[in-house]
Design a protein around this ligand. Sequence first.
Ligand SMILES: CC(C)(COP(=O)(O)OP(=O)(O)OC[C@H]1O[C@@H](n2cnc3c(N)ncnc32)[C@H](O)[C@@H]1OP(=O)(O)O)[C@@H](O)C(=O)NCCC(=O)NCCS
Length: 178
Amino acid sequence: MQTSSRNAPPPISPLHFRSPKPRDGAAIWQFVQSTGQLEPNTPYCYLLLASDFSDTCLIAEQSGRLIGAVLGYHPPSEPQTAFVWQVGVLPDQRGKGVALQMLKSWLQLPANQDCKWLTATVADDNPASQALFKRLASDAGCSCEITARFTRDMFPQAHPPEPLYRVGPLPRLSTPLI
Ligand SMILES: CC(C)(COP(=O)(O)OP(=O)(O)OC[C@H]1O[C@@H](n2cnc3c(N)ncnc32)[C@H](O)[C@@H]1OP(=O)(O)O)[C@@H](O)C(=O)NCCC(=O)NCCS
């Protein structure tokens, strides 16, 4: 008996992770707006990230579509810390483990491989992001310490507090996290 291909689920295209190139800056800016939740910064800011900070940024593509990004840097006074400034996944791709895979691949970038800590600030009203960093810590077998960082009164407009999540000490990444 022949199986009808009309009933078969559509094939899932593989995810492709890479560091951005300067010309990806505009697409990252557009992507940030499409997440509906990430705070959009200027296009110029994303051009800078995709060029000067490219080695600590990662984008996820599926069939050529930008579906996720981790934008980060090393704080100048903490070279062994990889700071996640923005992480996001398009709404229709959430809940499938994409962000977790992206963060693990991001930690394995040559620029981040020797980092002992991953930090990020996570708004008090963002359970998805809170769960993401706690799950990363659990998978890496280390702790996720939460301390005050940007308090409500430090923002010029109404904004929930953004405590600091500090994941580590990270294992040496000769053992792949994914
Ligand atoms: C936060 C975000 C990146 C997570 O992306 P994702 O691909 O859906 O996350 P994953 O599927 O990899 O899930 C990772 C963990 O978070 C949990 N999680 C995901 N969405 C969740 C939600 N809405 N509520 C609670 N937990 C959630 C998952 O259950 C998983 O934890 P678990 O394995 O312990 O159950 C995504 O929701 C997003 O883009 N949000 C908007 C942008 C944003 O707020 N970014 C963070 C601030 S910079």
